[in-house]
Design a binder for this molecule. Structure first.
Ligand SMILES: [Zn+2]
Length: 220
């Protein structure tokens, strides 16, 4: 049986993480676990939990550690992740979350932590022009020439700017990221699990670098 691949993907929002995680998941046969998508799914259900999460996300804040950890613990305990590993996207965000994750994943520890590196001013301009289909969550890049309302090419849904994609919310998230997530880089570097991958270039170029980094796991 092929060895499961357990990867944590770090990087600023807008670094192209989501796209690359989908490709890695496809390449290595491991589920892409996006905590952002799990939270948005909870919001769409409009449960008490979903409404609480929505209030936090609309302000550009982070959901508290306890909730995030239990959410992720439940997901990595599912059969696909136990058998095939995971490409974990959006978690951990803090050293406290990373320590908790080390504890809950002790039996099947993470193989590799990738820092997908893209400069802050570049991700800010990418995120400000991002538009998302309300229905299927497909992402688009606004050029200013779009008709209004903008219809999704994939499902016919309405394409909008997400409430958490305004410049204010984006800047706030990037500040939080720099302050809270950057220490994770040192944390994983000390564990000898970190690979820094340049996120600049075409999706194919970036993916080739990521594949090389993951192939390096097997040479340890
Ligand atoms: Zn759509």
């Amino acid at each position: 049986m092929a060895h499961a691949v357990r990867i944590i993907m770090l990087g600023r929002q807008g670094a192209g993480k989501g796209t690359q995680c989908v490709r890695l998941a496809d390449e290595f046969g491991a589920p892409h676990i996006s905590t952002g998508e799990m939270l948005r799914a909870a919001v769409r259900k409009d449960s008490a939990l979903g409404r609480a999460v929505k209030a936090v996300l609309d302000k550009g804040e982070l959901v508290n550690d306890e909730l995030m950890i239990s959410l992720v613990q439940g997901r990595i305990g599912e059969e696909d992740a136990r058998m095939s590993g995971y490409i974990l996207d959006g978690f951990p965000r803090t050293v406290a979350q990373a320590q908790a994750f080390d504890h809950i994943s002790e039996v099947r520890p993470t193989d590799l932590v990738i820092d997908l590196e893209v400069k802050r001013d570049l991700v800010l301009s990418r995120l400000s022009s991002r538009r998302t289909c309300e229905q299927c969550q497909a992402n688009y890049v606004a050029t200013g020439a779009e008709s209004s309302p903008w219809t999704c090419e994939k499902c016919g849904g309405t394409v909008v700017q997400r409430a958490d994609d305004t410049p204010e919310a984006i800047n706030h998230r990037l500040d939080l990221y720099d302050a809270m997530t950057s220490p994770l880089i040192s944390y994983y570097k000390d564990q000898n699990k970190l690979a820094v991958v340049d996120g600049l270039g075409t999706p194919d170029e970036v993916f080739a670098r990521l594949r090389t980094a993951v192939a390096g796991i097997k040479n340890r």
